[in-house]
Every structure is written in structure tokens, then in C-alpha cells.
Design a protein around this ligand. Structure first.
Ligand code: 6GU
Length: 249
């Protein structure tokens, strides 16, 4: 199906730009990632606004300390409540937030439905944990959602926050040039993507499937769907089961 791309002015007129505030002790980590590529373009188009804040600026301590030893002993440091509370209070005084998300290995696993859901929200705060993590009172009183990017442990929440931002921002209408491409992604229809090929049609005897060169669009579409189904069965059988359960619901 051919679709006319929406003019940028129309997109902006009907959209509340997504705003993401990131709280971290390592703000420099984000600059190259958010300063380049699609994320940078999304920001310069005014579709999203990503602000990275150094948590130390809210430290009451003269050495700008934001962590301390755990009560009860044990290895590692714990991020203190006060700098985090002050940061979130200040941001909340400036605007409303839909979610205050703590990136944590024991959080809700990030998947495409969660990314879709977050992309429809207005404003998000992402709190990156470090050291052992945050004082539990942060989670009890300040956090509305906890998200993990997989069952493995990273040294901090920064990479996870960057992953979440990327997955969410690319879904904001207008961010990706071709309006249909985010919707035809792997996972978006509950199937992984079919294989793609480009020129040459024959590379040293490695050939592109004939059907893709046939010019017969119905056959091409059917082949792609078949391939996507087959791959999903092989690689993500759980996705097909989840899709069947979800049908009609
Ligand atoms: Cl969000 N944080 C850390 N430290 N490790 C992780 C993670 C988050 N998600 C997966 N591993």
C-alpha cells in the first residue's frame, strides 16, 4: 500500500513532542549517541527533546557525593535518596511526567509492546542506577515503573536508558523518514522480519531468490509472509503462541 508521507508541519501541529529527562552520574556517556544519527535528527526536527542531567548537581554534599555505604554492611555503594528526590521534584515542578522509570536488571523486560506504549506518552524521566543501585526508598516513593533490557547485568543503567530511548524515539511519528517502516519492523506484527537482498542479484554464485526478481508483487508479499512465519517458528516460537493468545483480545 502506497502512503503519502505526512508533511512535517502537519505532524508537528498535532503532536506533543516527547520529552525524556535522563538522570545519571555519567552524563558524558550519552553525548555521542544522542548527538548523532536519527536521535539527533528527531531532536532538531522538534519531535523529541532529550535532556541529560548530572545527578551530582542536586547533591547537598560539598564534594557532590551521591552515594554512601549500605546500612547493614556489605560490598558496594548505594545511591542516596536526597539528590534523586531533589532532581525529580525540580523536574516535576517544571512539567508533568507520565512515568518515572528506574532502569534496573530486575525491572519489567523491555519488548516491542512496551516500547510502543512508552512512545505514546508525553514526558518520561529515566533514572540510571549505578554502584549497587539506589536506596530502596527511591523505588518505593519516586519511581512509577522499573525497566530492564534483558537478563544479564550491566555496570550501570546508562546503556539500558540509551537502548530504551532509541527503541521509543524511533516510533514517534515523523522520526523515521518512511512512515511505514517503523510499523513493518520485526516484532511489530508479532513476526520477525523476512530476509532482504540488494544488488547484485548474483554475487559469485550466491543468488537472490527468483521470486524477488519476478516483479510479481502478490507473489513477493506472499513469499515474505511465508519466510517471516517460518523464521518466527524457528527463532521465536513464543511470539506465535503469544500472538494467538492475544488474538481478538
Ligand atoms: Cl536496566 N541495568 C543494569 N545495571 N543492568 C541491566 C539492565 C539495567 N538491564 C539489563 N541489565
Amino acid at each position: 500500500m502506497e502512503r503519502m508521507p505526512l508533511p512535517q508541519s502537519l505532524i508537528s501541529a498535532f503532536l506533543w513532542p516527547v520529552r525524556i529527562d535522563i538522570l545519571t552520574v555519567l552524563p558524558e556517556l550519552f553525548s555521542s549517541w544522542f548527538g548523532e544519527s536519527i536521535l539527533e535528527r528527531a531532536q532538531s526536527k522538534g519531535l523529541v527533546e532529550i535532556k541529560v542531567h548530572d545527578l551530582r548537581q542536586w547533591s547537598p554534599d560539598k564534594h557532590r557525593k551521591v552515594d554512601d555505604y549500605p546500612f547493614g554492611g556489605g560490598a558496594g555503594m548505594v545511591m542516596q535518596v536526597e539528590p534523586i528526590h531533589r532532581a525529580i521534584e525540580q523536574l516535576r515542578a517544571e512539567r508533568d511526567y507520565d512515568e518515572v522509570i528506574y532502569l534496573s536488571p530486575d525491572g519489567l523486560l523491555l519488548d516491542q509492546p512496551l516500547a510502543n506504549n512508552l512512545s505514546t506518552k508525553g514526558n518520561l524521566i529515566l533514572l540510571c542506577g549505578h554502584y549497587k543501585g539506589v536506596d530502596e526508598r527511591v523505588r518505593e516513593h519516586l519511581i512509577t515503573m522499573e525497566v530492564s533490557i534483558g537478563n544479564y547485568v550491566l555496570t550501570g543503567g546508562e546503556l539500558a536508558a540509551a537502548v530504551l530511548c532509541d527503541a521509543v524515539v524511533r516510533l514517534v511519528p515523523g522520526v523515521i523518514g518512511d512512515e511505514t517502516s517503523a510499523l513493518s519492523d520485526s516484532f511489530q506484527d508479532g513476526l520477525v522480519a523476512p530476509p532482504d537482498y540488494t544488488r547484485p542479484a548474483d554475487y559469485q554464485g550466491w543468488k537472490v531468490p527468483d521470486v524477488l526478481l519476478s516483479g510479481h508483487q502478490a507473489n513477493i508479499d506472499a513469499w515474505r509472509h511465508q519466510q517471516a512465519l517460518e523464521r518466527t517458528r524457528q527463532r521465536r516460537p513464543g511470539m506465535i503462541e503469544a500472538g494467538e493468545e492475544g488474538e481478538g483480545g
